[in-house]
Design a protein around this ligand. Structure first.
Ligand code: HEC
Length: 158
């Protein structure tokens, strides 16, 4: 029994070993051809695999410049790249960042209010201290205006 098994295994190895050369060569030849469809499939599957990177709200790049960088590097951590309040750090926050998609909320706040929150933080407007201040942006009118544009641009339907 054992010997048979060994023989069988050896035979199998021999078969695999022998056939390895040819299929391997074939596999190499096939690989480039397969790479293209695999890439296309990979791209299609990307949103599921890396939602944060793939699903950034288009307004961020549309506005661009330093504001876009600030939003991606700082704000998105909590507010998410789509402004839904689903950034990586948001889960730990209480209260959670609101969704910038909320049109009703958008209607209740002014652009100046948004700028104040950004520079002075949540406590300055009676909101969560977890909304961190960004004192380095004080006086950076263009960056602040553009951050407002990004926040406003995330409103659903607008
Ligand atoms: C550490 C997490 C965190 C970061 C980083 C952060 N925020 Fe917030 N943000 C919050 C939380 C929490 C709130 C409070 C939500 C509430 O009270 O409804 C908030 C609230 C806000 C509000 C709403 C204020 C209001 O009165 O309704 C705006 C606008 C805002 N953030 C913009 C930004 C922008 C722009 C940036 C980047 C410059 C940023 N936030 C960075 C957590 C964060």
């Amino acid at each position: 029994m054992k010997i048979r098994t060994l023989l069988a295994a050896a035979a199998l190895l021999a078969v695999v070993g022998c056939s390895k050369d040819k299929p391997a060569a074939k596999g190499e030849a096939e690989a480039p051809a397969k790479a293209e469809p695999a890439k296309a499939g990979g791209a299609a599957a990307a949103p599921a695999a890396a939602p944060a990177a793939a699903a950034a709200h288009p307004i961020i790049d549309k506005v661009g410049g330093e504001a876009a960088t600030v939003f991606k590097q700082r704000c998105a951590t909590c507010h998410g790249l789509t402004g839904k309040g689903d950034g990586a750090a948001a889960q730990a926050l209480n209260p959670k960042p609101r969704s910038f998609e909320d049109a009703a909320w958008q209607g209740t706040i002014t652009d100046d209010h948004i700028k104040t929150v950004i520079v002075k933080g949540g406590t300055a407007v009676g909101k969560s201290p977890l909304m961190a201040p960004n004192p380095d942006l004080e006086g950076k009118t263009e960056v602040l205006d553009n951050l407002v544009k990004i926040v406003r641009g995330m409103k659903k339907g607008g």
